[in-house]
Structures are given as structure tokens and as C-alpha cells.
Design a protein around this ligand. Structure first.
Ligand code: UD1
Ligand code: CA
Length: 451
């Protein structure tokens, strides 16, 4: 059997009240449609066709790297019309699964079950019994409990509106049947749309079987129509992530205040994550490390037994084993922190590497610098890397000592074991093991106050 998946994503999503197309809104840092494509791919289908609104190429552009077939829908005339756009990509004997770009948390498990229970030459429907069915299509059954048709909320009679069994929209059937049924759909209904749901009535009229199955969890079939629904799904998604990490040995202090954004966050066992941490992009946290409250880590690789204290913002950085960062540290743009190095409060680092066991513990700016091993950078040290036009490099070699309140004017090299006296402004290279000071001579005027 060959399976082909069609994902509907051409709707405007106007209730989001957003410039961004609905299916590009992020859930856990991944576009809604990205979640659906990921799950579709887990089914190993022969092809995934995404129906997008031809006026809105932003969807296609944003997900251009996905291995899917992009199928434009020129006019948004209903779900039946949308599916028919993909028919040129479908063969008669293909099994076809229809998914929705705005129903992001559907699982591979539920879909496999639906695909496998779809009757040969019939229809498998994913249905749901819900407390509040308003707005949804209702499943109409006969006395023998066989599914007869689906009626949309807007077309339903008062007695049909009382039905709690609803259509999730997700449906599985066969290519040959769709090719016959879809061209015969009419838009003779309240919304003047070509309803995909009308294929159920057509199947029943041909005495074909229509089977309804339920999803494993209610969240799977939740669609996103507005930002509040998205916010609720976000919390649910984050809770699932927190649970997965917890069961893999990660101590998450509060799963309600934990956020992972993106597909590539890995955390070793015995890592402790305090409250309000955001991990985004490519993040790895090594065994025994601690991430304090309020830290934001984006594209960061953290070794073992690293401590990152509260409210540190770190981006595009590698931190080696045993290093200590924070609290209140800002590290960004290709930084490298060596083993057991210490970078403390109110230190900003940009495009800078710090060698093993070096320290910059307080109130410092380090930009475009290569700092060796066992270097001490005193409080208030500023690397003056920018002359108003371009950035210049600073090199501080192993064992050098930079006294507090020092300005290093790049380009400059401070050689091995050199000492820069506190309060200096240094503008030329310092030889190894030298002492350099540019401090004004101190003057004491005795009895100045009395006189
Ligand atoms: C649809 C179902 C309804 C079901 C509900 C579940 C139909 C006729 N109705 O209703 O039975 O209970 O989903 O949420 O199918 N889309 C396109 N092109 C179109 C029209 C829609 O790509 O021309 C996409 C939309 O982007 C959306 C999805 O299809 O992702 C569903 O369309 P929507 O108009 O929201 O259908 P509902 O009225 O919610
Ligand atoms: Ca909808």
C-alpha cells in the first residue's frame, strides 16, 4: 500500500488577528504546520502534499526546506475544493490521509491506527465526543449506529445540533474514490463551500463502509483558531516536553515554568533546571549541570557540571565542563568558555573565547577577544574593540593579569603573564611578564582641608 498525506493549510486564519499566516505561528518554537509535517513524515508516506494559499507564499517560503509537495489553492472554496487540488499527485490505489495545518499535536500513534483501520474502498474518520460541539461538524448515525453523513454546524437542524459526536476533520480514504467523489461535490450549503465532509454521504449512498475512530487524547485533535487556543496548546505541549525530560532524569523545578523552543534540545540526566528557563534552538545540557532561574539559552552547548546562575542570557556559545556563569551574565555571538572558567555578574561577552580556569567575575565587557588560560580579568575591565568604524581583535595570553578598571584599546596583545595595573588605559602590546601602568601620579596635599 502507498500512503499519501494531504495537509490543508490555505485558510486565512483571520481570527488570529495577526500579520503572520496562522500555520506559521510557533508552538514550542516550531510553526504549527511544521509539527503536522513532522508527524506526517513519521508515517513514512510516499508523498506529503501541502495545500497553501497561492496569494500567501510566505508559508511555502518559511518551510521551503521541508520535503513536501507544495500545491497552491487559487481560491479558498472549502475543504473539498482544497483536497481536489492535490488529486494530480494521487494515484487510484493510493491511500490518502487528510490532515490540517492548524491541528498541530495529532500523534503518529492515532494516525497509524486510523490508517490501519480504514476499510478497503471505504472511509476512516477521526471523530471526537466533546462536551461543547459548537462550530464543529456533527456525525449523524442511523438506528444501527452506522455513520450516515456529516452535517456542518451552520447547516444542522436543532436536533442535529444536540449531537455531541463531532468530526475532527482528519480523514483517511482512497485515491480512486476521491477522484470520483470530489468533482461531484456542490456548494449548496450555508457557507457556499465545497465540503470534504460530503464524501461520507457519497460513500454511504454506494453502500461503502465508514468507520469512526477516536484519538488517544483530546489535545491531539485541538485546532488553533485564535491566540487563546494557541496559548493553551503551548502549555500542554510544554508539559509533555517537561514530562519527557523528567522521566529521562532531568530535575525540572516547575513544569509550568519551563519552555523548550525548537526540535533540537537535548538534556542529559542529573541536570537541574530552575524556574522560568527558556531553551531555544540547538541546546545541549551536559550531565550534572545547573541552569538557574530566568536563564535564556539559545544555541548553546553546555558541558558537564556547569553552573549557570540566575538571569543569564546566552546565545551561540559553547561552555566547557565545570565552568561557572552568572548570575546576570550576557554572552552572545560565537563565544567559547573553557573548562572551569568563571564569568560572573554583569559581564558581557561577544565573539570571545576564554581559556581554561580564566576568570572575569564582575562588571566587564569582552568583545572580539581571545583570552588564554588562567587569565584574571579584573572588575570593570573594558575591551575597547570598536573605533566607530570597525571592530578590532584583542589577544590576552596565558597567565596574564588585567587589573580592575582597565581599558584595553584594540587591536592589542597582552602577552603571557604580563600584569596590567588597575586603572590603566593600554593602547600598545605588552611584553610577556612585564608590568604596565598608565595611572596618573598620586598626589597627597597635607592639611589641604584646614587651609
Ligand atoms: C471543518 C469540517 C468540520 C470539522 C472541523 C474541525 C468541513 C466542511 N468541515 O470545519 O466538519 O468539525 O473542520 O475543525 O470540512 N482549508 C483550506 N482550503 C479551503 C478551506 C479550508 O486549506 O478552501 C483549510 C483551513 O486552512 C483549515 C482547514 O482546512 O486548516 C479547515 O477549514 P475550516 O474552514 O476551518 O473548516 P471548519 O469550518 O473548521
Ligand atoms: Ca477550523
Amino acid at each position: 500500500m502507498t500512503l499519501k498525506v494531504i495537509i490543508l493549510a490555505a485558510g486565512k486564519g483571520s481570527r488570529m488577528l495577526a500579520d503572520l499566516p496562522k500555520v506559521l505561528h510557533p508552538l514550542g518554537g516550531i510553526p504549527l504546520l511544521g509539527h503536522v509535517i513532522d508527524t506526517a513524515q513519521e508515517l513514512n508516506p510516499e508523498a506529503v502534499c501541502v495545500i497553501y494559499n497561492h496569494e500567501n507564499t510566505r508559508v511555502k517560503d518559511a518551510l521551503a526546506s521541508e520535503e513536501v509537495t507544495w500545491v497552491p489553492q487559487k481560491e479558498v472554496l472549502g475543504t473539498g475544493h482544497a483536497v481536489s487540488q492535490a488529486l494530480p499527485h494521487i494515484n487510484d490505489d493510493d491511500q490518502v490521509l487528510v490532515l490540517y495545518g492548524d491541528v498541530p499535536l495529532i500523534t503518529e500513534g492515532t494516525l497509524s491506527y486510523l490508517v490501519n483501520t480504514t476499510p478497503k474502498e471505504g472511509i476512516g474518520l477521526l471523530v471526537a465526543n466533546v462536551a461543547d460541539p459548537s462550530g464543529l461538524g456533527r456525525i449523524c448515525r442511523d438506528e444501527q449506529n452506522n455513520i450516515q453523513r456529516i452535517v456542518e454546524h451552520k447547516d444542522a437542524t436543532p436536533s442535529e445540533l444536540r449531537i455531541k459526536e463531532t468530526n475532527t476533520g482528519i480523514v483517511s480514504t482512497w485515491g480512486g474514490l476521491l477522484k470520483r467523489w470530489l468533482p461531484s461535490l456542490t456548494n449548496d450549503n450555508q457557507q457556499k463551500e465545497y465540503y470534504l465532509t460530503d464524501i461520507v454521504r457519497l460513500a454511504v449512498s454506494e453502500s461503502r463502509s465508514v468507520v469512526g475512530i477516536e484519538a488517544f487524547s483530546a489535545h491531539e485533535i485541538q485546532g488553533v483558531n485564535n491566540r487563546w487556543q494557541l496559548a493553551q496548546l503551548e502549555r500542554y505541549y510544554q508539559q509533555i516536553k517537561a514530562k519527557q525530560f523528567s522521566l529521562a532524569g532531568v530535575a525540572i523545578k516547575d513544569f509550568a515554568r519551563f519552555d523548550v523552543r525548537g526540535r533540537d534540545v537535548t538534556i542529559d540526566p542529573d541536570v537541574v533546571i530552575d524556574v522560568n528557563v527558556i531553551l531555544s534552538g540547538h541546546v545541549h545540557l551536559g550531565e550534572g549541570s545547573y541552569v538557574g532561574p530566568g536563564c535564556c539559552l539559545e544555541n548553546v552547548t553546555v558541558g558537564k557540571n556547569v553552573t549557570i546562575d540566575a538571569y543569564s542570557a546566552i546565545k551561540n556559545t559553547v561552555i566547557e565542563d565545570g565552568a561557572h556563569i552568572g548570575p546576570f551574565t550576557h554572552i552572545h555571538d560565537d563565544c567559547h568558555i573553557g573548562k572551569k572558567a568563571q564569568v560572573g555578574n554583569f559581564v558581557e561577552m561577544k565573539q570571545t573565547s576564554v581559556g581554561e580556569e580564566s576568570k572575569a567575575k564582575h562588571l566587564t565587557y569582552l568583545g572580539n577577544a581571545t583570552i588564554g588560560k588562567s587569565v584574571n580579568v579584573g572588575a570593570g575591565t573594558i575591551i575597547c574593540n570598536y573605533d566607530g568604524k570597525q571592530k578590532w581583535e584583542t589577544i590576552i595570553k596565558d597567565g596574564a593579569f588585567i587589573g580592575s578598571n582597565t581599558a584595553l584599546i584594540a587591536p592589542i596583545t597582552i602577552n603571557e603573564k604580563a600584569i596590567v595595573g588597575a586603572g590603566s588605559t593600554i593602547s600598545s602590546d605588552v611584553p610577556a611578564s612585564a608590568l604596565v601602568v598608565t595611572r596618573a601620579k598620586e598626589r597627597v596635599v597635607k592639611d589641604w582641608v584646614k587651609e
